[in-house]
Design a protein around this ligand. Structure first.
Ligand code: AGP
Length: 621
C-alpha cells in the first residue's frame, strides 16, 4: 500500500521518479506527489488523482534537479485531498518526506508538537513524523558536537524519532541542508535500494527501477539507509553498520510492461501457461514419480514426522490455501487446516506439536500474513512460505519455502499468481503423498498430468472470444452466484471475488449443495449463477443443483468438462473445458472465471487494473 520512489543520480530526477511511480501505481492510486531538491529547498508537486495527471502537470515545467522523492498514495489517515498527498514538508521547510505505513501514536505526538508551536497542513500521520524529525534535527544542530555535521545530526534525529513512533513505516527523506544525500528507513513496510552506476534508488519494490538497474538490496526492519550518487550505507536503529547483500533481479523490464495488451490483468491471464511452466521447472524428480523443492530447508525425514499442516493467507491467497487443503488431504492424507492470517494472528489457536505452517502470499508483503508468520515462529513452529516476489519480507523471514516464479503481477486482481499457487499446492500433495502412501505409478501418473496443465490452460484461453460474448450479455446484472463443490468450492469463491473486486458486482461463492439452506432465496431471473459441474463422483449432484436454479428461473452459466454428455438445455450458456486429472481442475476452471470477470469489468468500463478502494499489496492492518 502506497508506493515510494527516491532517486539520486545524474539524470533529471522528475522523469525517473514519475516513470517509477507509474510502475508502482498498483500499490495505491488516490493521489500522488513528487519533491525535487532545488536551490535552497524543494520543488514539490502533489495532487489527488492518478500518476498520469501528476506527470502532465510536472512535465509542463520539468525541474532539472537530480535528487528527489515521490509517492503514490492509498489513504489511511486523512481523506483523499491535495494536502494529504505526499510528500510532506516539515514546518521549517527543511525536510521533505514520503511515508508508507501507519504511525499509530501520531495523535499524541501531534498534540505535543502543536504545543511546541508546530503548525500542520494535513490530517496525516506522516506529516507528524516529518515534523518530529525536523524538531529533533533542529535541536541536534544546536548541539556543539554536531557542528558542521548535518548528516550526523539528521541521523541522530531520525533514530530518536523512529524510536518514539509506534506502528509501521517505509520512508524516504530529503534534507535541504544536504543536496547530495537521500535517507530511508523501514519497519513493517517494504523498502529496497536499487544500486545503479552513478545513481541509486530507494523504492517500495523493485518494479520502480526495472530497466535501470538489476541490482537490489532488500532492507530489513529497523534498518536505515543513506544514499549518495556513487554509494550507499546501511545501519540499524542502534547504529550497527550492516554489510548489505546485493541481489540480482531475475526478470527484466518487458515483464513489467503492458506490451500489446490493454490491461495487466488481461496480460497476466494469458501468461498463465508460462507461469505454470515456471512453477514446475526443475521441480520433478528425475524418475518422474514425485515433486522436489530446493528451498524448503527441511529434511524429508523431518517432513515425514509432520502430523498436521496449517495454511495461512488472505484474499485470493486464502483461496489457494483451501485448494491446498483439499489436494494435500486427498493425495497425502495429512490433515490440513486453513486460516485467514488476520484471524490466526490474534486468535491464539492451539496447534498440535508436529504442525508445519505454510504462509501463502503473492507479494510476500501482506502485513496480516507476515505477522501471522511471525506469531507462528514465535511459538516455535517451522514456517514455510509460498511467495512470488523474490526477496519480499515474508520470503526472507520464513524458515524456507517455494518461489512461484510467476513474474511480476501488476494487476490488482490476482490471476497468474493464484493458479501458480494452486499448481504448487498440487505438487505439494504429490510430494507429501509420495513420502507416505502414494505408489510409484500413481506418482508418475500425477507428474505427467501436472505437466499437461500449461497446454490445458492454453486450450481454455482459446475460448476467450466466446467468453467475451457471454460477458457482454451478462454485464448488466448486479448480483451473481458462483457454485462449486469439493475442490471447486474455493474456485467458486475465487470466481466471486474476482467479479466483485474489478466490476463492483455483488457476488457470492457457495458449495452448490448449500444452496438449499438459504442462498436459493436469492435466485431470480435477475441473479445469474456460474455453476461448475465437472465429471466425477458428484457430477450428477451438481446437475441436480443446476436444475434447482433453472426451476426458479435463474440464468445459468455452466462450466463443464462433460462435453456432449452435458444436458443441452440445462444451462443458458455452457463453457466446455477439456477433461483432465483432478490435480489440474483448480487451475483449469479458474481461467474461464477470470476471463468472465475481466470482460464483464471491461464491458462496464471499470478500471480493471486499479479497482476502486483496493491496492495490490496490503501492508497496513
Ligand atoms: C486478489 O485478487 C486480491 N487483490 C487480494 O485478495 C490478495 O490476494 C490479498 O490481498 C493477498 O495478497 P498477497 O497474496 O500478496 O498476500
Amino acid at each position: 500500500m502506497c508506493g515510494i520512489v527516491g532517486y539520486i543520480g545524474k539524470q533529471a530526477a522528475a522523469s525517473v521518479l514519475l516513470d517509477g511511480l507509474r510502475r508502482l501505481e498498483y500499490r495505491g492510486y488516490d493521489s500522488a506527489g513528487i519533491s525535487i531538491r532545488n536551490g535552497e529547498g524543494f520543488q514539490t508537486l502533489k495532487r489527488t488523482g492518478r500518476v498520469q495527471d501528476l506527470y502532465q502537470e510536472a512535465m509542463r515545467a520539468p525541474d532539472a534537479g537530480t535528487i528527489g522523492i515521490s509517492h503514490t498514495r492509498w489513504a489511511t489517515h486523512g481523506g483523499v485531498t491535495n494536502q494529504n498527498a505526499h510528500p510532506h514538508l516539515s514546518h521549517d521547510g527543511r525536510l521533505s518526506l514520503v511515508h508508507n505505513g501507519v504511525i499509530e501514536n501520531y495523535g499524541l505526538i501531534k498534540r505535543e508538537l502543536i504545543g511546541k508551536g508546530v503548525e500542520f497542513e494535513s490530517e496525516t500521520d506522516s506529516e507528524t513524523l516529518v515534523n518530529l524529525i525536523a524538531l529533533l534535527y533542529a535541536a541536534e544542530l544546536q548541539d556543539p558536537v554536531n557542528e558542521g555535521k548535518p548528516r550526523e545530526a539528521l541521523m541522530k534525529a531520525l533514530r530518536a524519532a523512529l524510536a518514539q513512533v509506534e506502528g509501521t513505516y517505509g520512508i524516504a527523506l530529503l534534507c535541504a541542508d544536504m543536496p547530495d544525500l537521500l535517507f530511508g528507513a523501514r519497519k513493517g513496510s517494504p523498502l529496497v535500494i536499487g544500486v545503479g552506476n552513478g545513481e541509486n534508488f530507494l523504492a517500495s519494490d523493485v518494479t520502480a527501477f526495472a530497466g535501470r538497474t538489476q541490482n537490489v538490496v532488500y532492507l530489513d526492519d529497523g534498518q536505515l539507509a543513506v544514499l549518495s550518487q556513487e554509494d550507499f550505507s546501511v545501519t540499524t536503529l542502534d547504529e550497527v553498520a550492516i554489510s548489505p547483500v546485493v541481489d540480482t533481479i531475475s526478470w527484466d523490464i518487458e515483464d513489467a510492461e503492458l506490451g500489446s495488451y490493454t490491461h495487466f490483468m488481461q496480460k497476466e491471464i494469458f501468461e498463465q501457461p508460462m507461469a505454470l511452466e515456471n512453477a514446475m521447472r526443475g521441480r520433478f524428480s528425475q524418475d518422474g514419480s514425485t515433486a522436489q523443492f530446493g528451498g524448503l530447508n527441511i529434511e524429508p525425514r523431518e517432513l515425514r514426522q509432520v502430523d498436521r499442516i496449517l495454511f495461512l493467507g488472505c484474499g485470493t491467497a486464502w483461496h489457494a490455501c483451501l485448494v491446498a487443503e483439499y489436494l494435500i488431504e486427498k493425495f497425502a492424507r495429512i490433515p490440513v487446516e486453513v486460516e485467514y492470517s488476520s484471524e490466526f494472528r490474534y486468535r491464539n489457536a492451539p496447534l498440535e506439536k508436529n504442525t508445519l505452517v505454510f504462509t501463502l502470499s503473492q507479494s510476500g508483503e501482506t502485513i496480516d500474513t507476515l505477522e501471522a508468520q511471525r506469531e507462528a515462529q514465535r511459538k516455535g513452529y517451522r514456517v514455510l512460505g509460498i511467495t512470488n516476489v523474490v526477496g519480499s519480507t515474508i520470503a526472507r523471514e520464513n524458515d524456507g519455502g517455494i518461489y512461484q516464479h510467476s513474474g511480476p503481477e501488476i494487476g490488482v486482481a490476482s490471476t497468474k499468481a493464484f493458479t501458480a499457487q494452486c499448481h504448487i499446492a498440487a505438487m505439494l500433495g504429490l510430494y507429501f503423498g509420495r513420502m507416505r502412501d502414494m505408489s510409484y505409478s500413481d506418482g508418475c501418473t500425477m507428474v505427467s498430468a501436472l505437466r499437461k496443465a500449461p497446454g490445458l490452460i492454453a486450450q481454455a484461453l482459446s475460448q476467450a472470444e466466446k467468453i467475451e460474448a457471454i460477458a457482454k450479455k451478462y454485464a448488466r446484472f448486479e448480483d451473481f452466484l458462483f457454485l462449486g463443490r469439493q475442490l471447486m468450492f474455493p474456485i467458486a469463491l475465487e470466481g466471486a471475488l474476482k467479479l466483485k473486486e474489478i466490476s463492483y458486482i455483488h457476488a457470492e461463492g457457495y458449495p452448490a449443495a448449500e444452496m438449499k439452506h438459504g442462498p436459493i432465496a436469492l435466485i431470480s431471473p435477475e441473479c445469474p449463477t456460474v455453476a461448475i459441474a465437472l465429471k466425477g463422483e458428484i457430477y450428477k449432484k451438481s446437475l441436480a443443483n443446476i436444475q434447482e436454479i433453472k426451476a426458479r428461473r435463474g440464468p445459468v452459466i455452466a462450466i463443464t468438462d462433460a462435453g456432449k454428455e452435458f444436458p443441452q438445455d440445462l444451462a443458458d450458456e455452457v463453457i466446455h473445458l477439456p477433461e483432465t486429472h483432478e490435480v489440474n481442475h483448480a487451475v483449469l476452471v479458474s481461467v474461464p472465471m477470470q476471463l468472465l470477470s475481466y470482460y464483464i469489468a471491461v464491458e462496464r468500463a471499470c478500471d480493471v487494473d486499479k479497482p476502486r478502494n483496493l491496492a495490490k499489496s496490503v501492508t497496513v492492518e
